[in-house]
Design a protein around this ligand. Structure first.
Ligand SMILES: [Ca+2]
Length: 259
């Protein structure tokens, strides 16, 4: 009996070890000794009054003075976002396994040159998607169409630093690569990747779902002190020839980060 107990304890320790892995972008870890918390990633101090939202569940709450917060049960992948003035918007794709354990989310102070393009969650596509899509269970918002375009102004010194377009979280991408990585359960079709344009030039294709995807913006495309534009085009179902079926995706938090 004693031996069984020791073996069981050993297994629990092992599984806790595995759970303690970094979840996303090197900024969020599961901490088993504490409640769900939001901390400053540089100082590790609690961040109170931060807004934590689960758009799928129409749920939002604020952290207390210790940075702690509660979320209910989640089902399947869902985007969780954290907003706090003076900090970069943060989002994380969680699921029931991740949500069942206490999470410590490290958020980062924003830089004066950061530009927030969208701090909410938006849906691109045509609202026609497979229940096996990597986002199907999460989609709640109506599609705003197959394109997203936004203009914004960059500072006069924008060319002096490296600039990145940061996609906080993206779900629903059903490319061949996403399928081969096990991100969806679609067997008989796949889609072209969503395309990212900066001032009219294509700068990236998004092959996978995930958090904190950073896309380098080529310096030559940047208009310092002027109006710049980001466009995201949804991919298309490549197996559907009879009509255009856009690959439905949801994106949370879009920003320009300078380093
Ligand atoms: Ca579709």
């Amino acid at each position: 009996m004693k031996k069984i107990f020791i073996t069981a304890l050993f297994l629990i320790l092992i599984s806790f070890q595995a759970q303690a892995a970094t979840v996303s972008g090197g900024v969020s870890k599961i901490d088993l000794n504490n409640a769900n918390r939001v901390v400053d990633s540089a100082t590790n101090t609690p961040v109170g009054n931060a807004k934590v939202s689960l758009p799928k569940y129409n749920y939002s709450t604020y952290t207390d003075e210790y940075g702690t917060f509660n979320i209910g049960k989640v089902n399947g992948p869902t985007i969780m976002s954290v907003e706090k003035e003076g900090y970069r918007p943060f989002s994380l794709t969680i699921n029931d396994t991740i949500a069942a354990k206490p999470m410590v989310l490290g958020i980062q102070k924003s830089n004066i040159a950061d530009v927030i393009i969208a701090s909410d969650v938006f849906h691109l596509g045509d609202d026609n998607y497979s229940e096996h899509s990597s986002g199907a269970d999460t989609f709640r918002l109506r599609s705003t169409g197959p394109y997203f375009t936004k203009t914004f102004t960059l500072g006069p010194d924008a060319k002096l630093s490296k600039n990145y377009l940061v996609i906080g979280s993206i779900i629903g991408v059903d490319t061949l690569m996403a399928r081969s990585m096990g991100q969806n359960k679609i067997v008989n079709s796949y889609a072209s990747p969503p395309e990212i344009y900066f001032n009219g030039a294509k700068i990236a294709e998004i092959q996978l779902n995930g958090d904190n995807q950073k896309i380098k913006i080529p310096g030559r495309l940047i208009r310092p002190g002027g109006v710049n534009e980001v466009t995201i085009k949804a991919g298309r179902n490549l197996m559907q020839k009879a009509y255009v079926d856009y690959d439905d995706i949801e994106i949370a938090n879009l920003s320009i980060m300078s380093e």
